[in-house]
Write a protein that binds this ligand. Structure first.
Ligand SMILES: NC(=O)c1ccc[n+]([C@@H]2O[C@H](COP(=O)([O-])OP(=O)(O)OC[C@H]3O[C@@H](n4cnc5c(N)ncnc54)[C@H](O)[C@@H]3O)[C@@H](O)[C@H]2O)c1
Length: 350
């Protein structure tokens, strides 16, 4: 079978992980990577992976005649113009989350994808975690019955840099967005209303950027189910990623993943090592699986597992949560679209 030829835009944390993971797939080959700050160390790394072209210009990747698909792994505020350019060039697209910080711009990008008739997958990697996927299967198969409650805990081991916080789009767009997607994925239902509560308890720098570091979001779904998400930018005991779906027939829960199962029992107590450190360690296999499925979808053997609509709906939940926090009341998703039009808040803040 002919390999799918891929170009990567953005060689930061996630771009490099995806490049390395694609190197393990027989069905795909990375031909080029672009980053405005490409330097000798990037060239050396790319050479070791067998990537032939390293460039500072994304156009060289987008216009490359042999490339079938691009992975957009640059900062979020660059995604929409790059999606439009890629679609116009007839390239299939994998775009990191979130598609953008503005649902209007995301809608425009999705329209460009639709009219160019190219494929778009959005980088909600947690859907590909084997344990979360099993929970979803148990909901789909009816084993836990009608879903009544979904609970998601998602806490980072340490906050990001002030520079990152400044341009992140705020905690709901940057961090909770994964949990909004997970809530939709696990319940199989759309959210109709969210109510968000937030505090600055970890670092006052979040307040400087009109952001918060600790949140609770409650969700009401179309099918009547209720959800609760809690996030913290700093869990001192490590990356905390747990879910539970409770339904009419039972419940399914997923605990944290650990680097080992060793437990130490002594006179002073019982202890074990911290959970896997952060997203790169916790979701190593999920990142590989999401690209395997992207490549399979391009080959036509499966539907795209996470499409543009999934990206849009999670962003709409994030937007509603942001308004809910500001207004100190629940906000419906259809109302969030209207409030957005009236909003004067800048994109960089929460
Ligand atoms: N799915 C996940 O688990 C996950 C994890 C981390 C980041 N992300 C997302 O991935 C994206 C990148 O995040 P990151 O953590 O890798 O950031 P990063 O800052 O580590 O890397 C971004 C890279 O893009 C480069 N860049 C900037 N402008 C560019 C342009 N116009 N064209 C090409 N490259 C450009 C930068 O020089 C940098 O090397 C963000 O949208 C982020 O939300 C997703």
């Amino acid at each position: 079978m002919e390999k799918i030829k891929i170009g990567i835009i953005g060689a930061g944390r996630i771009g490099r992980i995806h490049a390395e993971n694609l190197g393990r797939l027989h069905e795909a080959e990375v031909l080029a990577i672009s980053d405005p700050f490409a330097d000798d160390s990037l060239r050396k790394w790319a050479l070791e992976l067998g990537i032939g072209l390293v460039t500072t210009r994304s156009e060289e990747v987008l216009d490359h005649p042999a490339i079938d698909a691009v992975l957009i792994c640059s900062p979020t505020d660059t995604h929409v113009p790059l999606i439009k350019q890629a679609a116009a060039a007839g390239k299939h697209i994998f775009c990191e989350k979130p598609v953008s910080l503005s649902i209007e711009q995301t809608a425009e990008a999705l329209e460009a994808v639709r009219s160019a008739n190219v494929t778009l997958q959005v980088g909600f990697n947690r859907r590909f975690d084997r344990n979360f996927r099993r929970a979803r299967e148990l909901v789909l198969s009816g084993e836990v019955g009608q879903p009544h409650l979904v609970k998601i805990t998602s806490r980072d081991p340490a906050p990001p840099s002030p520079e990152y916080i400044r341009s992140s789009g705020g905690i709901f767009m940057d961090m909770t967005i994964h949990d909004f997607d997970m809530a939709r994925y696990l319940t199989g239902s759309e959210a109709v209303e969210v109510h968000a509560f937030g505090s600055v308890l970890v670092d006052p720098v979040f307040a400087q950027y009109d952001d918060v570091d600790t949140v609770i979001v409650t969700i009401r779904f179309e099918n009547g189910a209720l959800g609760v998400i809690d996030n913290s930018r700093q869990a001192v005991y490590g990356y905390d990623q747990r879910i539970e779906v409770f339904g009419s027939g039972g419940s399914v829960a997923v605990a944290n993943d650990y680097p080992n199962t060793a437990e130490v029992h002594t006179a002073s107590g019982v202890k074990r090592d911290k959970p896997l450190h952060f997203f790169l360690e916790r979701y190593t296999e999920a990142y590989i699986e999401e690209l395997k499925q992207f490549v399979s979808a391009l080959g036509g053997s499966i539907p795209v597992p996470v499409d543009g609509r999934d990206g849009y709906q999670a962003e709409l939940m994030a937007l509603a949560a942001r308004h809910s926090l500001k207004l100190n009341r629940p906000v419906r998703l259809d109302e969030a679209r209207q409030l957005r039009k009236l909003a004067t808040t800048h994109e960089g803040g929460m």
